[in-house]
Every structure is written in C-alpha cells, then in structure tokens.
Design a protein around this ligand. Structure first.
Ligand code: ADP
Ligand code: MG
Ligand code: ZN
Length: 463
C-alpha cells in the first residue's frame, strides 16, 4: 500500500468495492470504466472493539423467544412483505428509483408506529424540516412522538438520538448520510458501506429496528454497492412505472421471513394507500371484448394477481420489424413470437409487435406466456379474446402448453373476480375449482382457437 500525505491509500471501485493498489481504468471485477477512486485506509470503525467481552455460547434450549421480538406495522401490505412485522434490532433497506415514493412510505410508517411504539426518529439527509412538514401535512399525519432531524452526519446523529430511546429509527437515504472520519464523499462505496455497518451495529446494540432508504441506479443495482444487500437483514424493492399510480413493494432478501410476498399500494394525493384487491384494481379499466387484450392469472410470491396483457401488431413500415416488451421479458416475447410464427403459421416476420402489461406490473414467470400469445394472435387476426376468459400456461418450443405451479390458487382468484372460463394446460389441470369452468388444452393452436371469438371477424384473418 502507498503512503501519501493522506496516510495509507488504496484505490476502490465505486461500483463493486474491489480494491487495487494502483489506479485502474477499468474494473477487472465488474467491468466498469473509470470507477476507481483513491481512498484512505482506515480501520473499520463500525465494528465493536476487539477487546469487547464476547457473549458466552448458549444452549439452544435455553434461548427464549419473546413476543416483543417482532411487532406488527399497522399497514397490512407493508407488514406482509416484512413477514409479519418488524424485528427488534433489524436493519431494513427499502430501495427504489428516485421519486417512486420511498420517503412517503417511510414517513407514513414512522407516523403509524408512533401509535404503538412511542417515539420514532426520522432522519432526513435529503430534505429540510420544512419539506418534510409540508409532506406530512399533505399526508394528514399527526406529529406526536415523531421526531424529525435534517442531518447528514450519521455518527453525530446516532450519538444524539441514543438518549431519546426511540421505538424505530428511519434514515432517508443511505447515499446521503456520511461519517466525517472517512475522507470520501457521501454516496461513495466506502461511505455507504461504513454507514450501513454503523447502523447495523447501532440497531443490534440498541434493539431498535432501523428502516433505511436507498436509491437504485438505471441498471437496477442499489447505487454504488451491491455489497449493501449482504450486510442488511431485509431488502425490499419499491417499484412501479412512472406513468402508473400503482406501486409494488417486493421482498428480495429477508433474514426473518419469506421473500415471496408483495405489497400493493396506490400513490394518491394523500400518500400511499393500500390496495386490498389488486386484481380488481388492475382490471378496472378493461373494456368488454377488446382486441389484443387477455387476462392472465399470475402469481406474485404466494399471491395470485389478475392482470391484463395487451398486444398490438402493425405492419412494419420500413426496416426490421420491431418488438417492444413493457412489463414482460423481451426474450420471452421473442420466443412466443417465434412459436406463433412457426407452429401456428402467423406471419409476424413483417409485423411490429408491442406488448404491455397494464398497471405497471412486471411479470417474470412463464405462466403468462399463453396470455401474451393469445393477445398477439388476437391483434394479428383482428378477433377479440373472450372477455370472460382468464388464461394460464407456459408455452414450449414445439407449441405445447406446459403445467404451471399452484394452478388452484390462480383459478380460484379468477373465479373470485367473476370470470367464467379459464384456459389451462391439460397437464396438471385436475384441481379443485368452484364457480368457473376449466378448459384444458394441449397446444397453443388449440388454445387460440378456443380463446378467440370467431363470429366477430372483421379484418384479415390470414393464417
Ligand atoms: N401533491 C402531490 N400529490 C400527489 N402525489 C404527489 C404529490 N407530491 C408528490 N407526489 C408523489 O410523490 C412522489 C415522490 O415521492 P417521494 O416519497 O419523495 O419519493 P422518493 O423518496 O422515492 O424519491 C412523486 O413522484 C409523486 O408521485
Ligand atoms: Mg426521498
Ligand atoms: Zn468494480
């Protein structure tokens, strides 16, 4: 290591945290250009001193679980994603794009927690007290027991709030706070990591749960360090399309529960409102018997959700045909298009294809394949999809329909919302269902002939 007037220095990649003794133009670990920054080497300040007394080993049978170790948040959608509540001394990271509503969500949670847990400290390193107050007024939040601090110096903040003994600490955001003893800028990987370690240590030692927000970069990583995810106990992603008011809170990592749950919110003037019946909300703007529109029953974790998939095909005016996938995987769209062309003879080679999932939802499971294919076929043939139909099914390369997980849940969600028929893959279609007719099909060709309404043919039903 090199000694300079700054002390011992090392070069650290700001993307992935790789260290190097000399400056590198490109990181050999994450391939990022120009990401190395000279950083002074300091002893990790957030770790307990090595001389601190160790806890003695304890027999498993002697460990007592107290009921107070986990307390519910009075916001059911948030609670569900946490796995039933906040655990004492846990560090929870809520990440998302700027403007998605992280500060709003955590201010609401902070105010709600004061009702059951007493004092809550909300530290904002990005906004002034005035701005927070304006937001709180818009959200209709009362301020009793909610302590605000507009501060970026994390070390000083933690020392100061210790005496308050809060029931919850919120820090907004991890990229904006800093520790003055490190000589790098806030938001640099060293700062972000050390601040997180400091918060982790503070949470564990005080038993107070800590909620932290983090921004994500364009490519979806938590800005700066991906390494952050390894440190914290729980990682939640708050996502949604900018043009849609719906927001999904998704568990990505949870040391205290399943990561299979999602919470659904709607961003309104008065803040984030829980969506109790997401399927109904996502389908609310759907018209009758639309061309190029299919309802699929998708599964988010253990929760079935009905969403509408829309497709539009249009002859390519020049150049190569274009494919646009919003809310579904682009490669999945290519696969489905290829199967429709080769196995059903749809001439999509000179058609632009746009596929949208309404409500700003992202679907990443193949069970939506059939719905995507049916929407494309519907648009191409100009024949509407049966409006009382829900579809579920993965498409194989030879045009066969493959079984999907947890069909029963999906079918029953469709029945609950009043759909009359459900197209399902024949394999695994023997499930309990009430109030809805199951139509088992073996191939995509069969599914398309059942799902499209023939009498309404108006356009070129070329095949
Ligand atoms: N007056 C308002 N009425 C309705 N929605 C608003 C209003 N002001 C802000 N918002 C919503 O709040 C969002 C900003 O939320 P915020 O919690 O600050 O996001 P983040 O902390 O993730 O950057 C805006 O994108 C907008 O959707
Ligand atoms: Mg914010
Ligand atoms: Zn790197």
């Amino acid at each position: 290591m090199r000694k300079t007037d700054k002390g011992t220095v090392v070069f650290v990649c700001q993307e992935c945290g790789k260290k190097s003794l000399k400056w590198l133009g490109r990181c050999p670990n994450c391939q990022q250009w120009n990401s190395f920054i000279e950083t002074a080497v300091i002893a990790p300040s957030s770790l307990p001193p090595s001389g601190a007394p160790l806890n003695p080993p304890m027999e498993l049978s002697q460990v007592v679980i107290t009921a107070t170790d986990r307390f519910p948040v009075p916001l059911a959608e948030f609670n569900r994603v946490l796995g039933g509540g906040l655990v004492a001394g846990s560090l929870v990271l809520v990440c998302g794009d700027p403007g998605i509503g992280k500060s709003t969500l955590l201010l609401q949670v902070a105010a709600l927690i004061t009702q059951s847990r007493g004092k809550v400290v909300y530290v904002s390193a990005e906004e002034t007290l005035h701005q927070i107050k304006l937001r709180a007024e818009r959200l209709g939040l009362k301020g009793d027991n909610l302590y605000l601090l507009a501060e970026t110096n994390l070390g000083a903040t933690l020392d100061q709030i210790q005496a308050l003994t809060p029931g919850l600490l919120v820090v907004d955001s991890i990229q904006a706070v800093y520790l003055p003893e490190l000589d790098t800028a806030p938001g640099s990987i060293t700062q972000v990591r050390e601040c997180t370690l400091r918060l982790m240590h503070w949470a564990k030692q005080s038993g107070v749960p800590v909620l932290v927000t983090g921004h994500v970069t364009k490519d979806g990583a938590i800005a700066g360090p991906k390494t952050l995810e390894h440190i914290v106990d729980v990682v939640l992603y708050f996502e949604g399309e900018p043009f849609s008011a719906y927001r999904l809170l998704r568990g990505v990592k949870n040391r205290f529960g399943s990561t299979n749950e999602i919470g659904v919110f709607e961003m309104k003037e008065q803040g984030l409102v829980e969506v109790e019946n997401p399927s109904l909300a996502f389908l609310s703007q759907r018209g009758e018997a639309a061309i190029g529109s299919t309802v699929v029953s998708t599964l988010e974790g253990s929760r079935p959700l009905l969403v509408e998939i829309q497709a539009l095909t249009n002859p390519t005016s020049f150049g190569l045909p274009r494919r646009t996938a919003n809310g579904i995987d682009f490669n999945r769209l290519l696969l489905i298009t290829a199967v429709l062309s080769r196995r059903l003879g749809l001439k999509l080679g000179n058609q632009d294809i746009i596929v949208n999932v309404t409500g700003g939802i992202k679907i990443d499971e193949p069970a939506a394949d059939l719905g995507i294919a049916l929407s494309i076929a519907s648009s191409y043939r100009d024949m509407p999809v049966d409006p009382h139909l829900v579809t579920v099914g993965e498409i194989g390369l030879s045009g066969e329909l493959r079984a999907v997980a947890q069909l029963e849940r999906r079918v029953n969600e469709a029945a609950r919302l009043g759909f009359k028929r459900c197209l399902v893959p024949r394999t695994g279609s023997n499930v309990n269902h009430a109030g809805i007719e199951l139509i088992p099909v073996t191939t995509l060709r069969e599914a398309v002939s059942v799902g499209l309404i023939k009498s309404a043919t108006t356009g070129p039903a070329a095949d």
